[in-house]
Write a protein that binds this ligand. Structure first.
Ligand code: FES
Length: 119
C-alpha cells in the first residue's frame, strides 16, 4: 500500500475544526478537486463537490467548516454536512453525501491512498 500512497500534507497542518487542505485526485476525466479536514482528531477527505450542484464547497481556500466548527458547509446555498460521514443533514441535498476519498494518517503525514479511490 505504501508505494501507492501520496503525501497530501503534514499531520500538523490539520487542526480539528480548522481549515482544510485542498488537493486533487486522479479521476476518469482528469484530476478532481478534493479536500481533507480534521474533526474530533481524525482526518476525513472528500471530493470538493457539493451533492446539490457540482461546485466546490469552500468559501475561500480551505474554509470548509461553518462558524460552529462542527459541520462542513457549502458556500453556495448553505448545505450542511457531517464532517465524519459526508452526509448532508440540512439544505437542498439533505440525505445525499459527499464522495469520500480514501486517506490515512501515518508517520506524521496525511496520505492519499491512490489504489482504492475510483472517482
Ligand atoms: S451548490 Fe452546495 S448547497 Fe447548492
Amino acid at each position: 500500500m505504501a508505494e501507492d500512497a501520496r503525501v497530501i500534507c503534514d499531520s500538523g497542518a490539520l487542526v480539528s475544526g480548522g481549515p482544510g487542505v485542498r488537493f486533487s485526485v486522479p479521476a476518469a476525466g482528469g484530476d478532481a478537486p478534493a479536500f481533507v479536514v480534521r474533526f474530533d482528531g481524525k482526518v476525513h477527505a472528500y471530493l470538493n463537490r457539493c451533492a446539490h450542484v457540482p461546485v466546490q464547497l469552500d468559501w475561500t481556500d480551505g474554509a470548509f467548516f461553518d462558524y460552529s466548527k462542527l459541520y462542513l458547509i457549502c458556500s453556495t446555498h448553505g448545505a450542511i454536512y457531517l464532517p465524519y460521514s459526508g452526509e448532508c443533514v440540512t439544505g437542498p441535498c439533505t440525505g445525499k453525501r459527499l464522495v469520500p476519498v480514501a486517506v490515512e494518517e501515518r508517520g506524521g503525514q496525511v496520505l492519499l491512498i491512490k489504489d482504492i479511490h475510483d472517482v
